[in-house]
Design a protein around this ligand. Structure first.
Ligand code: SF4
Length: 300
C-alpha cells in the first residue's frame, strides 16, 4: 500500500482509534480510563506520546536491523508488568519524555533520513492512538519505509484491525504457553488467549515474513519467545501453537538471553539464568514441530 493510500485509510479510521482511546480499550486490559482527562490505567501513560529513545538499532534480528540499522523508537510504559523485564527502567519506571504527535512524526522522519531500514515501534500497544496520529503526519511529510510493530503480544483484536494495511511487519512476543504463569509473573489475565488471537490476526494481515534481495524484511510476521528458567514460559506450548495454528513457516526468534533483572531477583525460580538443558528442551520442541525459519541464540 502506498503512503497516500495509508493516509486515506488512516484518516478514515482515526475516529475509531480515538474512540478506543477515549475510554481506554486500546489493549485487552480494557481499563476504561479517560486518559485524555488525566486518568491513568494499568500502563500509567496519558494520551500524549512518551518515549525514551530513538536511534538506529543494530541488535535486532538480522532482517530487521539489516546493514544500516532499524529505526527504533522505545516508547515509555507498558501494558504488561513482567517482573523480569529487561527494559524495566523504560517500561515499569517509565523513564522518558512526553512529546507531541508532531515531534513523534519528526523522530520517524529523522530516522528515515539517517538511513533506517524501517521504523520499529518498541512497546506500541498502549500508545497506539498517538502513534496513529503521528504516522498520518509522517506519511504526509514523506515517510515511506516499512513499519515494525514490536509488542509484548498482549494486543486487542479491535485495535489490530485498525492497523490492517498500515503495519508492514509484526514482531510480537509470545511470552507464555499458559495463563497461570502469565498472571503470576506479568500480572496479566488471559495472556495466552489474547496473544493467540493477536498472532492469528497479525498472520492474517501480513503472512509469513518476506525478505528483499539483501535479506532485509519487507513484510510479514516474526514471533519472539524468551525461554524462562524453570520452564515457566511453557515454551513447548508456545511453539506448538505457532506450528499448528499459525504456520510452520513462521519465523521464530527463540531467545536464551534471559537474565534476572528488576523484580526477578526476589523470585525463587526467576533469580537465575536459563540452564543449557532448559534452552535445549525448547530448541528440541522447535525442531520437533518443524519450525525451521528463524533464529536461535548461543547457550553456554
Ligand atoms: S492501554 Fe493502558 S489504559 Fe488502555 S486498556 Fe491498556 S493498560 Fe489500560
Amino acid at each position: 500500500m502506498s503512503p497516500e493510500e495509508k493516509i486515506s485509510l488512516m484518516t478514515e479510521r482515526l475516529p475509531a482509534v480515538k474512540e478506543l482511546a477515549a475510554v481506554c480499550r486500546l489493549c485487552p486490559r480494557e481499563c476504561l480510563t479517560r486518559r485524555g482527562e488525566g486518568e491513568l490505567g494499568e500502563c500509567r501513560i496519558g494520551s500524549a506520546p512518551v518515549y525514551s529513545s530513538a536511534g538506529l538499532h543494530h541488535g535486532e534480528e538480522p532482517p530487521i536491523s539489516g546493514q544500516r540499522g532499524s529505526g527504533t523508537i522505545f516508547l515509555t510504559g507498558c501494558n504488561l508488568h513482567c517482573r523480569f523485564c529487561q527494559n524495566y527502567p523504560i517500561s515499569q519506571m517509565r523513564h522518558g519524555n512526553e512529546i507531541t504527535v508532531d515531534i513523534l512524526a519528526a523522530l520517524m522522519l529523522d530516522l528515515q533520513n539517517q538511513g533506517a531500514h524501517n521504523i520499529n515501534f518498541v512497546t506500541p500497544t498502549h500508545q497506539a492512538a498517538a502513534i496513529y496520529e503521528a504516522l498520518i503526519t509522517a506519511f504526509r511529510k514523506g515517510l515511506n519505509i516499512p513499519l515494525v510493530y514490536n509488542s509484548g503480544g498482549y494486543d486487542s483484536l479491535e485495535m489490530l484491525k485498525l492497523w490492517d494495511g498500515i503495519i508492514d511487519i509484526y514482531m510480537p512476543d509470545a511470552k507464555y504457553g499458559g495463563d497461570e504463569p502469565a498472571l503470576k509473573i506479568s500480572k496479566v489475565k488471559e495472556y495466552t488467549r489474547f496473544n493467540r488471537i493477536a498472532l492469528k490476526e497479525m498472520q492474517r494481515q501480513v503472512g509469513v515474513l518476506k525478505l528483499d534481495d539483501h535479506g532485509v524484511a519487507r513484510r510479514g510476521l516474526l514471533v519472539r519467545h524468551l525461554v524462562l528458567p524453570g520452564s515457566l514460559a511453557e515454551s513447548r506450548e508456545v511453539l506448538r501453537f505457532i506450528a499448528e495454528q499459525i504456520s510452520k513457516e513462521t519465523y521464530v526468534s527463540l531467545m536464551s538471553q534471559y537474565f534476572p533483572a528488576y523484580k526477578a531477583l526476589d523470585h525463587e525460580a526467576l533469580k537465575r539464568r536459563v540452564s543449557r538443558s532448559e534452552y535445549l528442551e525448547a530448541k528440541t520442541a522447535l525442531e520437533e514441530f518443524g519450525l525451521t525459519n528463524g533464529w536461535i541464540q548461543p547457550i553456554w
